[in-house]
Design a protein around this ligand. Structure first.
Ligand code: XMP
Length: 506
């Protein structure tokens, strides 16, 4: 397969996915992974990714120079190009203003990376530093305003300043394909049906006759993991579904119907809503609420799992991006996201982990889910945060507000499906503000809460734009909410993007 050395660019996962789409295995490892460990994986090619640091900085992210003598084809992207130039004796300097956004690439000397690529095309740039002089043995192969590409064909080392993995780079897919399939001649052996069969066999082998417990949330990852494991070991799998009372409307019933009845899985449903609500009483700080919900979840799950004595394994829906994030050199983006995962499980549980989706990207998890017979709408559900409606009822949470929010949110989601908009947005939900305002209904003055409709479009959830939903659609959603949900008399639409806003309100 292809190894991607991670220097911290937010686009790295995209590179990994693009390669897997070619049915070639790709793996993302931290840039400071020792060279012999990298070579032991026998990669067909190595990509040096982009990243936020500067090769001239005292604490620059470097690699062992011998990497360039390994004989393995290399592709440096953005920072990866600067690093290649820097380590091999070229010169990298601070640009005057940097280049951000679209630029025109002109190929000045073609090479195997550019086979089938027109002389001029649009590329996506995002850099401040630039290569000023290419190292010995290299030729300049492309220019934008700056040296945009260089290569040492004899050594199979290629480098580009722009990002081929970003959709704005017109010929990006072609270039990546040239590198992976023609230059590296990587084997096409990454097929998801093969993955399912192999993983089922592995689960059977590992688990034997033992029992496995799994926390089923109804979200994509835990559901696909559950169905896959169930397929492997049947009733040896016991799912636990914790109803925190902070879930979407009728979530518990739907999970029982979709996975209990349809897939015949054993699901123990725990109604813990009162426990959660009473712990949240009087608390309005978002981080405090997150901590309480996370802690309570672990406590409930722990108690419940003791009912299933003799379980030897704990299954989790960990997916590849979770693995990459947990191993990554903590860039600023990693810190921003650290609060997102509801705490781990207590050490003393002494269960062995079973994580059958650890190698898969989200879109691969979805494909596996569909392959396993999970209906499309379940596999393509929007993400839902661990603390759930606990952070969508702004400020202090109580049962009444949760109920109001569930009803309003349900209307919005129903309408998105009905108007075929659900799959066009990345995440959509309603937020309940703790503010009352005056309205009029019939002849009466009302004084009720405000609901905010939020919908975002994003690839990676790190940056996002608000969805431009049609006015008529929003009008209908607003009318329905105000007419059908007691407690709401005003609906607002969130038109902020991330950054500087976030997708959630808390
Ligand atoms: P923000 O609000 O940071 O959200 O733009 C980005 C993505 O993360 C989700 N999110 C969370 N997920 N626990 C989670 O499991 C959390 O505490 C949490 N906070 C935000 C959010 O729904 C969006 O998909």
């Amino acid at each position: 397969g292809i190894i991607i050395l991670d220097f911290g660019s937010q686009y790295n996962q995209l590179i990994g996915r693009r390669i897997r789409e070619m049915e070639v295995y790709s793996e993302i490892v931290p840039f400071n992974t020792p060279l012999d460990e990298i070579l032991a994986k026998k990669p067909a090619g190595i990509i040096l990714s982009g990243g936020p640091s500067s090769v001239n900085a005292p604490d620059a992210h470097l690699v062992e120079k011998e990497l360039f003598d390994s004989g393995i084809p290399l592709l440096g992207i953005c920072y990866g190009m600067q690093l290649t130039a820097h380590l091999l004796g070229g010169k990298v300097s601070k640009g005057v203003k940097g280049e951000y956004g679209k630029a025109e690439l002109e190929i000045v000397r073609s090479n195997p990376l550019f086979t089938g690529v027109p002389r001029k095309s649009t590329v996506w740039m995002s850099h401040f530093d630039e290569v000023e002089e290419v190292p010995e043995g290299f030729e300049i192969s492309g220019r934008s305003g700056v040296i945009a590409a260089m290569a040492n064909e004899k050594k199979n080392i290629f480098a580009i300043q722009f990002h081929p993995e970003v959709t704005h780079t017109e010929e990006g897919p072609k270039m990546l394909e040239n590198f992976v399939l023609n230059i590296c001649k990587a084997e096409k052996n990454w097929k998801l049906t093969g993955y399912i069969d192999r993983t089922i066999a592995e689960i059977r082998e590992k688990v034997g006759d033992e029992k496995v417990i799994l926390g089923l949330s109804g979200g994509v990852d835990s559901s696909v993991a559950a169905v896959l494991i169930h397929k492997a070991i049947g009733d040896q799998l016991q799912c636990i579904f914790v109803d925190t009372g902070l879930l979407r409307k009728d979530e518990g019933e739907k999970v029982m119907e979709n996975y209990g009845e349809h897939f015949h899985m054993n699901i123990d449903m725990v109604d813990a809503s009162e426990r959660f609500l009473s712990k949240l009483k009087g608390v309005s700080d978002p981080e405090e609420k997150r901590k309480i919900i996370g802690k309570e979840f672990v406590a409930v799950f722990d108690e419940e799992s003791h009912k299933f004595e003799g379980a030897k394994f704990l299954a989790q829906g960990t997916i590849y991006p979770d693995v990459i994030e947990s191993q990554s050199v903590k860039g600023p983006s990693a810190v921003i996201k650290s609060h997102h995962n509801v705490g781990g499980l207590p050490e003393e549980m002494k269960l062995q982990l079973l994580e059958p989706l650890r190698e898969l990207f989200k879109d691969e998890v979805r494909k596996v889910g569909e392959e396993l017979g999970i209906p499309h709408h379940l596999v393509y559900r929007h993400p839902f945060p661990g603390p759930g409606l606990g952070i969508r009822v702004l400020g202090e949470v109580d049962a009444e507000k949760v109920k109001i929010l569930q009803e309003a949110d349900d209307i919005f989601i129903q309408e998105l499906y009905a108007n075929k908009l659900y799959d066009k947005v990345s995440q959509a939900f309603v937020v309940l503000l703790p503010v009352k305002s005056v309205g009029v209904m019939g002849d009466e003055r009302t004084y009720e809460y405000t609901a905010v409709v939020r919908s975002a479009n994003t690839i990676d959830f790190m940056t996002a734009t608000f969805s431009k939903l049609p006015w008529e659609f929003l009008e209908n959603v607003s009318n329905r909410m105000i007419n059908e949900v007691r407690g709401i008399n005003r609906v607002a639409y969130d038109i902020s993007s991330k950054p500087p806003a976030t997708i959630e309100w808390e």
